[in-house]
Design a binder for this molecule. Structure first.
Ligand code: F6P
Length: 413
């Protein structure tokens, strides 16, 4: 049995938000507030930047009901960041500052909620604390709509985004079929390097409204082949719905949308977007059809109104397990999910995996789940994704609009 470690904890949120990342924050905060080993619970403003800037919120000052509303509040309530930590062997300035802040507030537990880049931050902080001889247990809490974290069956945030994408695609399909004159619609979906989100559009086929073509970054994109296929489907059916991942690229690796923007985030990732209008212009010129390009953009990662109950509950569980594991003595790990089956039903089992096995890796859609023509996904993907979008969580409302958490965000001194 590990010796009890008494001290404060910090929870930070990092990277692109999701509609359930706050449920994970609540899982950490509620469990930590109720745990005798944890003396104070701090929320870092804008992730690791809040630690560096000494900007921590005292979560013990919050009203319990408002905190519980985090379960249904989209986006990162504590604020997020995209901040690349230096290699500590080359420049340890940030790490020394983090240690200083940890000592100032007697922080003995650090929980970081994010995707691949955030797990890299988490891993580096964990290793630096260990090297410094400062006892601090570090656990990563997974999140990403992209669903591309390694060593876990799936990631909190994906199920809700997948459910939104499938529903939005089905609704667009309905709208796009109203006129007798027909239409081509290009729907652009997030995901830089992995196509889990774009593949989710295929779930719309379960209600008879699936896209005709689906393009993922796992396969090289061929513009001529796309034009030929979309034109043929339009000629034959009078309509064509195309779901396309923002990350599609040519055989030489260059993003199809890259020409449109040169902006990058803190990690040097190209900011993608504008692909729907680019492909719309190309296909309009070739076919003369009425064409609409739709970018789901932020809508797909903040659509808490259509969140999956399974996803919300699993997001909370990830936060809760992170705290319980750290108090039990674990460190340098990320909470991951294993998929099991009990009485023919999907069961999500939390487990721990080393941060080093997650940081900086990307999990792609298996190539064997993509149709041979590279323009669709197979039943295996549907079987995988379907359990993750299940259920409708209870959502408090006010004036028939969502009632989100209103936190005081009292700064710690
Ligand atoms: O967090 C993942 C993600 O949603 C990607 O799919 C997308 O490319 C990216 O974030 C966009 O993030 P930002 O908010 O930095 O523009």
């Amino acid at each position: 049995m590990e010796k009890t470690l008494q001290g404060a904890c910090i929870i930070g949120q990092s990277g692109g938000p999701t509609s359930v990342i706050n449920a994970s924050a609540y899982g950490v905060i509620r469990t930590a507030l109720d745990n005798g080993s944890i003396t104070k619970v701090y929320g870092a403003a804008h992730g690791i930047k809040g630690v560096l800037d000494d900007k921590l919120y005292d979560m013990g000052e919050e009203d319990a009901y408002e905190l519980s509303l985090l379960m249904n509040t989209p986006s990162s309530e504590l604020g997020s960041c995209r901040y690349k930590m230096a290699d500590p062997d080359k420049d340890d300035t940030d790490y020394r500052r983090i240690l200083e802040i940890f000592k100032k507030y007697d922080v003995r537990y650090f929980f970081y909620n994010g995707g691949n880049d955030s797990m890299d931050t988490c891993d580096k902080v964990s290793r630096f604390m260990e090297k410094s001889g400062y006892e601090c247990r570090v656990i990563g809490v997974p999140k990403t709509i992209d669903n591309d974290l390694y060593n876990t069956d799936h990631c909190p945030g994906f199920g809700s985004a997948a459910k939104y994408i499938a529903t939005a695609c089905a609704e667009v399909y309905k709208d796009a079929h109203v006129y007798d004159t027909g239409m081509i619609v290009i729907i652009e979906i997030m995901g830089r390097h992995a196509g889990w989100l774009a593949a989710s559009s295929a779930l719309a086929s379960l209600v008879g409204c699936g896209p005709d073509l689906i393009y993922l970054p796992e396969r090289d994109f061929d513009m001529d082949d796309f034009i030929a296929r979309a034109s043929a489907i339009y000629r034959e059916k009078g309509n064509c719905i195309v779901a396309v991942s923002e990350g599609i690229h040519y055989a030489d690796g260059s993003f199809v949308s890259e020409a449109k923007t040169s902006a990058t985030d803190g990690f040097g990732h190209a900011q993608l977007g504008g692909l729907a209008s680019l492909l719309s212009a190309v296909i309009k010129e070739r076919t003369g059809a009425k064409v609409r390009g739709i970018e789901l953009s932020l809508l797909q990662r903040c659509a808490a109104h259509i969140a999956s109950k399974a996803d919300v509950e699993e997001a909370f569980l990830a936060g809760k397990v992170a705290v319980e594991s750290a108090v039990a003595g674990e460190s340098g790990k990320m909470v991951a999910f294993k998929r099991e089956c009990a009485d023919g039903k999907y069961v999500c089992v939390p487990t721990l995996v080393p941060l080093t096995s997650v940081a900086n890796f990307e999990k792609k859609v298996p190539l064997e789940w993509i149709t041979e023509d590279g323009a669709g996904v197979k039943g295996e993907f549907i079987d995988y994704a379907l359990p993750l979008i299940q259920g409708e969580p209870e959502r408090p409302t006010e004036n028939s609009l969502p009632r989100y958490a209103r936190l005081k965000k009292v700064l710690a001194k």
